[in-house]
Ligand binder design. Sequence first.
Ligand code: NAD
Length: 262
Amino acid sequence: MDMLKGKTAIVTGSTSGIGLGIARALAARGCAVMLNGFGDAAEIARIKDGLAAEFGVRTAYAPADIGDAGQVKAMVDQAAEELGSVDILVNNAGIQFVAPVEEFPIEKWQQVIAINLSGVFYGIHHALPRMREKGWGRIVNIASAHGLVASVSKSAYVAAKHGVVGLTKVVALETAGSGITCNAICPGWVLTPLVQKQIDALAEREGIPLDAAKKKLLGEKQPSGSFVTPEQLGEFAAFLCTDAAAEMTGAALTMDGGWTAQ
Ligand code: NAD
């Protein structure tokens, strides 16, 4: 795992949840990490300084809105300037909105597509030339089980995540043989703020306690009956960045407790 020492990584949406798990795993292997995402400024500074102190790596933070192409470009330029390069790009930032398709607000559709799909394109578009210059790069897109299968009331999210899987394949073909790989990870349920909101809504809708809502949510989709963790996804993403994974590219890889095996 020493092979990642000294590499530089941008992890979008890394102030919380899965992105933070991936940022930690890469920092633990000696990568300098550019954090991104929203949240309380003091909390973000604590995360940034904490990772630097714990793992002895350089860290930086960009407040870029991933749905905005110009801000994504500025983040990539900032990473190159402050950290020296962009070797690894983890496109993780994402949001959810749930409503039946005929009630789905147009502006919510546009927002989900902008952040969950267009943002992934913006990141790759701007970071790839820097990887090509070095003849090495790793792009890891955090898609979802919803990149492979659908659920009701998630039209924008499912469309965006299927789009991410398709984009991953195109980028893999365009970079094949160049030392750069591009893969998608398709997680099942992970207990993060994004999912906690859905648990809260389920508990309220059905008038059941939160624990029962958690079990019901898992029971509907995830045969293992347990949540995937940000730590497990961090290890998975870090593996994709190693030389052992140099021939893995264009893949949509599940870590979903059996969700998509059904
Ligand atoms: P989360 O809500 O805990 O974290 C999302 C992160 O993205 C936060 O850091 C947030 O600040 C950031 N973010 C949101 N909008 C942004 C924007 N416009 N620009 C920049 N940053 C922004 O969510 P999570 O569950 O950790 O989700 C991370 C990714 O994993 C998402 O792409 C999500 O779709 C995907 N995913 C999550 C699950 C799950 O069960 N939690 C399952 C499959 C896939």
